[in-house]
Design a protein around this ligand. Sequence first.
Ligand code: ZN
Length: 217
Amino acid sequence: MNITWLGHAAIKIEGSKIVYIDPFLTGNPNASMAAEQIQKADIVIVTHDHGDHLGDAFPICKRTGATLVAMHEIAVDAAAQGLCAEGMNIGGTVEVSGVKVHMVTALHSSDRGDPAGVVVELDGKTLYHAGDTGLTYDMKIIGEFFHPDLSFLPIGDRYTMGIHSAVKAVEFTRTKKVIPVHYGTFPLIATDPEAFKSLVGDRADVIVLRPGESTSL
Ligand code: ZN
C-alpha cells in the first residue's frame, strides 16, 4: 500500500481502499494538494473536532460519497447534513468495506465529543494514527494489543507530544516504522524531524516525508 503525508496530520492511505485521515487541506499552509482534487475516497477518518483535523472531511465525503468515521458527536452532525457517517467511541471497532477502525485514547481536547486516536487495519497491515495527544501509558496497550506496522505520531510540541516524549511513544507502541506529523505547519509547532529520527535511533525506522511525499508499506 501507498502512504502519503499531505501535510500537518493529514494522511492518504491507498490500498484496496482509499482512506484519508484528518484531511486538513484548505487553510493548511503546508498542504500538498487542494481538497477539490480529491475525487475518490472510500473512508475519511477524523480523530477529533479541531479545524486542523476535521478540515475538509465533510466536503470530501459529500463529493466522493466516502463514509466518515468519527467520534459519535461529529458523526451525528455529519449524518444530519446527509453524509454517510459511522459514529463510534473509544474502545470500539467499526468495519467499513473491509477496513477496520479501532478508536483509542488520546489526551487532548475537542470541540465536539472527546479526542481520539485510531488504529486502522487494511490489507493485512495495521496503522496507528495518534491524533493529537500527549504521551500516555495507554500507548503500551496499542503496542501489546495491535502491534502497529506503522505509526503516525505528532512531534510538534505545545499542543501534542514533542520530539522527546514522542521517542517514548515509539517505545510504548513498539512500532516498526514511524512517520512524524503535526509539525512545521505553523511557527508554534516548528521542530526538527531529523533530530527526532536521531533520538529514536534503532528503536524504529523513522520516515521523514515532505508534504506530498509517499512511502510504501
Ligand atoms: Zn487538536
